[in-house]
Design a binder for this molecule. Structure first.
Ligand code: ADP
Length: 342
């Protein structure tokens, strides 16, 4: 069952000034997000991610195209019906958006009141949620006494209060340090696994996608340029914009100044070898070079892993008998790219 289906969704904003051009923030996006998955949407700032989220939670209307949630078409619904749609979606934000004058308890209670949940049920529900996010001892504290990670955990408890089936996280860890980010992501993983809630994570941070998303869509200038299982998109990016993202977390092939520097320091043959499952692994590369009696030095690159599956690139400076070097490079085949002389 699909949780969210977007078909040719377009959102165009009118010109900001008279005589200006309209701006198409979301430009023909089609996506299908399955129930129970953690789906990542990544892209640079301005790519259209937040606009897409506002269309999914019906805070804004599409210019054209269709959006269905749990099989129900939401484009074209009346405002009254949209309120019901929004009630089934939890949201968490970069700046947490907590009420600073309310306690943790009061913040989590707010959506229960708004949804008309009988007061008699509040106590049990709130205490259950605060236990789940590990903040049972902070119930009577105000947000300004909490760390960023704790604030986001309150945000998560509040988002879950009305038992949504879908949670949208818009840059939810972007204001947090790396360690706290991982804690919050671990909590989101529990929300997904233990409560079975579908999660859509919007971020410009590749590390977030890498640690949590089952599948990912890469957005660039309003379009989805690439989509697939996270490992595939990282290990085998097809589009230039995806390659740029990937190179920010895994050092890929050397370029520009890096390459010029390597050239200066190493004479002989430089090759970049792509390591991936189904392709060659490090053992094979080093075994093959040894067999050809080619000596090597690793001069650039990096290896990364997503859930136990490794991928990456290594740039090697090869030396030895020129014929042996040529034979070794030939045997590496498609996995290796020789870096030509500048
Ligand atoms: P992201 O979340 O990926 O940073 P946004 O969805 O916020 O991207 O923005 C996509 C584009 O749409 C940007 O060029 C932004 O300036 C524009 N945009 C977003 N909201 C509005 C709006 N309400 N009116 C006009 N332009 C907007």
């Amino acid at each position: 069952m699909t949780a969210i289906t977007l078909t040719d969704v377009v959102k165009t904003y009118p010109p900001r000034e008279r005589g200006g051009a309209p701006l198409t923030a979301v430009d023909g996006v089609s996506l299908s997000i399955a129930e129970g998955e953690i789906f990542g949407i990544i892209g640079y700032s301005g790519a259209g991610k937040s606009t897409l989220v506002r269309l999914v939670n019906a805070l804004e209307r599409t210019t054209s195209g269709s959006i269905t949630l749990d099989g129900r078409e939401i484009t074209g619904l009346r405002e009254r019906d949209l309120r019901g749609v929004r009630a089934g979606i939890g949201m968490i934000f970069q700046q947490f958006n907590l009420f600073s004058s309310k306690t943790v308890w009061g913040n989590v209670e707010f959506p229960l009141k708004a949804a008309g949940v009988p007061v008699a049920e509040h106590q049990r529900r709130i205490s259950e949620l605060l236990h789940f996010v590990g903040l049972a001892d902070k119930a009577h504290v105000r947000p300004d006494q909490l760390s960023g990670g704790q604030k986001q955990r309150v945000g998560i408890a509040r988002a879950l209060a009305t038992s949504p089936r879908l949670l949208l996280a818009d840059e939810a860890t972007s204001a947090l340090d790396p360690e706290t980010t991982q804690e919050v992501l671990a909590l989101l993983r529990r929300v997904n696994r233990e409560l079975g809630i579908t999660i859509v994570v919007i971020t410009h941070e590749m590390d977030v996608i890498k640690s949590i998303a089952d599948r990912v869509a890469v957005m660039d200038r309003g379009r989805v340029v690439e989509t697939g299982p996270t490992f595939e998109v990282f290990a085998n990016p097809r589009e230039d914009s995806t390659k740029r993202f990937v190179s920010t977390v895994v050092s890929g092939a050397p370029a520009g100044d890096e390459l010029a520097g390597l050239r200066r320091r190493h004479d002989g043959t430089l090759v970049t070898v792509r390591l991936s499952e189904g392709g060659v692994d490090q053992r094979q590369v080093f075994g093959l070079l040894t067999r050809h009696e080619v000596s090597f030095e690793i001069v650039f690159g990096g290896i990364d892993e997503i859930r136990g599956r490794t991928f990456g690139t290594l740039t090697l400076a090869l030396s030895g008998d020129p014929a042996s070097v040529r034979a070794a490079v030939a045997e590496l085949g498609d996995a290796a790219t020789e870096i030509e002389e500048a």
